[in-house]
Design a protein around this ligand. Structure first.
Ligand SMILES: NC(=O)c1ccc[n+]([C@@H]2O[C@H](COP(=O)([O-])OP(=O)(O)OC[C@H]3O[C@@H](n4cnc5c(N)ncnc54)[C@H](O)[C@@H]3O)[C@@H](O)[C@H]2O)c1
Length: 362
């Protein structure tokens, strides 16, 4: 499993690197020859993910339990490491939760980005890659292009992402040495092909793929498809599902090729897949059943969302290469891995009274 990787191209601070996208991107960075330092407060990430990143790549990854709103903690990291670039994943990401925890969302997402940018500016670190979201497009004409005016977003989460984008554009105007890539992800799904890291939310999943895998695994009873009366060929919503490793590789490309100033890129496949098609592919590829039923539309869901990927391909040469079948296969392999881990833990604890930490979903 371990590979011999050369890490001499520079050091990247990955905030939120213990989470879903951050851990996969850390693997892509290490495999591309960069060193990685992770900062995460572990509210939604796992220390084990950092260990697994090390296992996959065979490269040690220093990590800090640090909050991105804590300027002093960030200064310590920048003092102890010679950081060349920052990839800022740390944030809160649930649209639903953002209504009930709006202040936490503004504090973590907006204040966290401002704080991190302040420290970058103070330490002369000018490469900054930011996790934005297609949510900022709101209800717009598909395919979504980077230059289209953003519609007022209808949830606090989307609003925080728009605000961060604005902040970062102003940072680039304030200090022209900055090179900032704002990456708008569409619907990242799937897992690393090793099955060692993947999407493992705490509690009931908000995103569709971990919900599907948990239903297929028998951890959840059935999947609810919100709405079958949309103006789409099969009545269910259409999304641009994109493999998490494609997203990860997109970050490396953006870091290497984005020039001075602030630039925005869509990270999607450019193809729409309906929720029904996704479930169908998942069942076919993995030969498992995903019991599902239709439920009422969810407030705030738009019918169709997919990216125009022309700009990102033209300017930095990135294009998603993995298929929806790859996404379904890799997500399922990760779920199977979690089940094996759980079985092994239970086996090991039998008879010796070992406490199993059930906080982590295994
Ligand atoms: N996954 C998606 O579908 C999606 C889509 C569009 C945009 N994004 C954005 O991408 C980023 C990463 O998403 P993800 O799916 O990997 O989420 P995730 O929750 O798995 O990862 C986020 C990580 O940030 C950490 N974190 C949260 N608050 C923090 C804080 N104040 N200080 C330090 N660390 C903190 C969490 O512990 C977690 O490890 C987020 O900013 C999210 O808004 C995600």
């Amino acid at each position: 499993m371990k590979k011999n990787i050369r890490n001499s191209k520079g050091t990247v601070l990955v905030t939120g690197g213990a989470g879903y996208l951050g851990s996969h991107t850390s693997v892509a960075l290490l495999e591309a020859g960069y060193s990685v330092v992770i900062a995460d407060n572990f509210t939604n990430g796992y220390e084990e993910n950092v260990k697994k990143v090390e296992e996959i790549t065979g490269v040690p990854v220093p990590f800090y339990r640090a909050d991105v709103t804590d300027e002093q903690a960030l200064q310590t990291i920048f003092t102890e490491h010679s950081i060349d670039a920052v990839m800022h994943f740390a944030g809160l990401k649930s649209v639903k939760e953002s209504f009930t925890r709006a202040l936490d969302y503004y504090r973590t997402n907006v204040s966290g980005t401002v704080t991190l940018a302040r420290v970058c500016n103070a330490f002369g670190v000018h490469k900054f890659i930011f996790s934005s979201s297609a949510t900022v497009y709101g209800e717009n004409q598909v395919p979504f292009t980077e230059h289209m005016p953003l519609k007022p977003t209808i949830n606090p989460y989307g609003e925080t992402k728009s605000m961060c984008e604005r902040v970062l554009r102003d940072v680039a105007l304030m200090n022209p040495e900055f090179s900032i890539a704002i990456l708008r992800y569409f619907n990242p799904v799937g897992a690393h092909v090793s099955g060692r890291i993947g999407e493992n939310p705490r509690g009931v999943p908000d995103n569709i793929m971990p919900y599907i895998t948990q239903v297929a695994a028998g951890k959840l009873e059935k999947l609810h498809i919100f709405g079958n009366d949309y103006d789409t060929p099969d009545g269910t919503c259409i999304r641009d599902f994109v493999h998490v490793m494609d997203i990860a590789e997109g970050h490396v490309k953006a870091m290497e090729h984005a020039g001075a100033g602030a630039v925005v890129y869509n990270l999607g496949t450019g193809k729409g897949t309906s929720v029904k098609e996704l479930i169908h592919t998942f069942q076919q590829v993995n030969n498992v059943r995903v019991p599902h039923e239709f439920a009422a539309r969810r407030e705030g869901d738009i019918a169709i969302c997919y990216a125009d990927t022309g700009k990102v391909h033209r300017e930095i040469g990135w294009r998603a290469t993995r298929t929806v079948a790859d996404m379904c296969r890799d997500a399922w392999q990760y779920e199977l891995g979690l089940m094996k881990e759980k079985a092994a833990l239970l086996e090991a604890s039998k008879g010796n009274g070992t406490f199993i930490n059930m906080e982590k979903k295994v």
